[in-house]
Design a protein around this ligand. Structure first.
Ligand SMILES: [Zn+2]
Length: 157
């Protein structure tokens, strides 16, 4: 019984949700793309992508403002996104997907090689397509699961 206050305190700590750094990544079309939280402004996110093959890249806010970190090389958001993708799907898969010049095993073995390989050019493009995919992904996360059987799901049984 004496543990109760500390348990309650722990529960309230768990209830506080940290803003994740990279809430969304996907390998889609011929791009690795994602949404990266701004380190300073909780209301701002960056939309980053890297194209497979050419390794061209871009990063902008959800309001299509060019990321100030772009200056002849990939910004920290792009690097964060690539690192997060390596964690989520594996370094070799990311290397293979982006068609990097060395063997996928090389990138898996050499720390920092994946990010160092991002040598494409900046290519401006509106963030809209990636951002709307992120929003629809969020919508799925927010859907309440019905307690009753859902007849539509019978297709999958
Ligand atoms: Zn950026």
């Amino acid at each position: 019984m004496s543990d109760l206050p500390s348990l309650q305190r722990r529960a309230s700590i768990c209830g506080k949700r940290d803003v994740e750094e990279v809430p969304f990544i996907e390998l889609f079309g011929a791009r690795l793309q994602g949404v990266v939280s701004s380190g300073s402004d909780p209301n701002r996110v960056y939309i980053s992508w890297v194209a497979a093959g050419s390794l061209d890249y871009y990063c902008s806010t959800n309001n299509n403002r060019r990321c100030g970190g772009l200056g002849g090389s990939a910004c920290k958001h792009i690097r964060q996104m690539v690192e997060e993708a390596a964690i989520q799907v594996g370094t070799e898969r990311v290397a293979r997907f982006l068609k990097l010049p060395d063997s996928p095993e090389h990138y898996a073995k050499t720390k920092g090689a994946l990010v160092a390989a991002l040598r494409g050019a900046e290519k401006s493009e509106p963030a809209t397509a990636v951002f709307s995919r992120f929003l629809s992904y969020l919508r799925y996360c927010e859907l309440a699961a019905p307690k009753q059987p859902a007849p539509e799901m019978a297709w999958f049984v």
